[in-house]
Design a protein around this ligand. Structure first.
Ligand SMILES: NC(=O)c1ccc[n+]([C@@H]2O[C@H](COP(=O)([O-])OP(=O)(O)OC[C@H]3O[C@@H](n4cnc5c(N)ncnc54)[C@H](OP(=O)(O)O)[C@@H]3O)[C@@H](O)[C@H]2O)c1
Length: 318
């Protein structure tokens, strides 16, 4: 089978399309014929081996896993003898980040818990755009953000992979959503359901006279003090991008001022992927795909994502 391989940490130049052996599923694994994948910032972190703590799980000097790619969709090709949830021929989607990646290939191994049935109304490309970004948005808003109907929610980084789903999921929970993005993405944020959109090149939401119940933040480009100024009493702040300040000072600040500052570490959960599939089938979420690439173009897709200017998702058709 064809796969995109890397053997050294570095840049997209280290990725090459190679012919490798098709993997064999163990008793508790399935083999998926991958029809589409999508790229995430997590692939970029594993490619470069940065920030350094990723090497604790990905390998200190060399990458432990040679095929990147977490988000996939495809068809079950083979099942191990202990597999109970999936049958050959079923259409699935999933997130392989908890089980060694491997999605940028014609076939990938998966444990059952990393997969869910593909939403019927989405193409394989659309389904592959969902897993990591949508589950991150769901877990951030629902589990840490305690979102509820009628909440005033601000999403900073609303035009990115996670942010685009966060707008739609917050609307599905009945919240009023303010999206923060660049001017070129204002119409997209509105189309995804945002009630109000702030172009960050013209307005700074931390200097405005409006308070929020929940702020969900990818770029984390404001201090906790600035954020605290626009959070309601007992309001919640959830950083999904990396913030040393939120990580180190969040609990202390929460204790001091009675507003909640948390950092999200999303986890692959089959039940959450099933809920996402249900929301997609109900028409409540749909991925916004900026561009599609072929398997040999994975390096270009990862290079483009690195600039943090992609609106929505980049998918790979295999
Ligand atoms: N915590 C977790 O478990 C978890 C899970 C997944 C991802 N992440 C992290 O979350 C972050 C975002 O991921 P993603 O997949 O959404 O990335 P992405 O698709 O690259 O999105 C980044 C977005 O940030 C926006 N942006 C850049 N500067 C901004 C600013 N000053 N104000 C507001 N928006 C700005 C860009 O929109 P414009 O072009 O409109 O500026 C871009 O669309 C990454 O750091 C990723 O590693 C964390």
């Amino acid at each position: 089978m064809k796969a995109i391989i890397y053997q050294e940490y570095g840049t997209a130049k280290n990725l090459t399309l190679q012919e490798v052996n098709r993997p064999e599923p163990k008793e508790d694994e399935v083999l998926v014929k991958v029809l589409a994948a999508s790229v995430n910032q997590a692939d970029g972190h594993l490619l470069s081996g940065t920030p350094f703590p990723v090497r604790f799980t990905a390998g200190f000097f060399k990458p432990k896993h040679q095929v990147l790619g977490a988000d996939i969709s495809g068809v079950i090709e083979r099942v191990g003898k202990n597999v109970t949830q999936f049958k050959i021929g079923e259409h699935v989607y999933g997130d392989l980040s908890g089980i060694g990646f491997g999605g940028f290939a014609e076939y990938a191994l998966a444990k059952e818990k990393a997969l869910a049935k593909k939403p019927n109304n989405l193409t394989f490309e659309e389904a592959a755009a969902l897993p990591m970004a949508s589950v991150t948005a769901l877990q951030g808003l629902r589990d840490l953000g305690k979102i509820k109907k009628g909440d005033e929610v601000l999403i900073n980084g609303a035009s990115g992979g996670v942010g685009g789903f966060a707008i739609q999921i917050a609307k599905a929970f009945g919240a009023k959503v303010t999206a923060v993005c660049s001017g070129r993405n204002v119409n997209q944020a509105k189309a995804l359901g945002a009630d109000e959109v702030i172009d960050y090149s013209k307005r700074n939401f931390t200097l405005e006279n409006k308070e929020y119940d929940l702020i969900f933040d990818g770029p984390v480009n404001h201090s906790l003090r600035e954020i605290a100024g626009v959070l309601k009493d007992r309001g919640r702040y959830v950083a999904f991008g990396f913030s040393m300040e939120a990580l180190l000072m969040g609990s202390w600040k929460s204790f001091r001022i009675g507003k909640h500052f948390k950092t999200l570490m999303a986890k692959v959960k089959q039940a959450d992927m099933e809920l996402i599939a249900k929301l997609a089938e109900e028409g409540k979420i749909k991925p916004h795909i900026q561009q599609s690439f072929t398997l040999d173009e994975v390096p270009q897709a990862l290079d483009l994502l690195k600039n943090r200017k992609v609106s929505g998702k980049l998918v790979i058709t295999i």
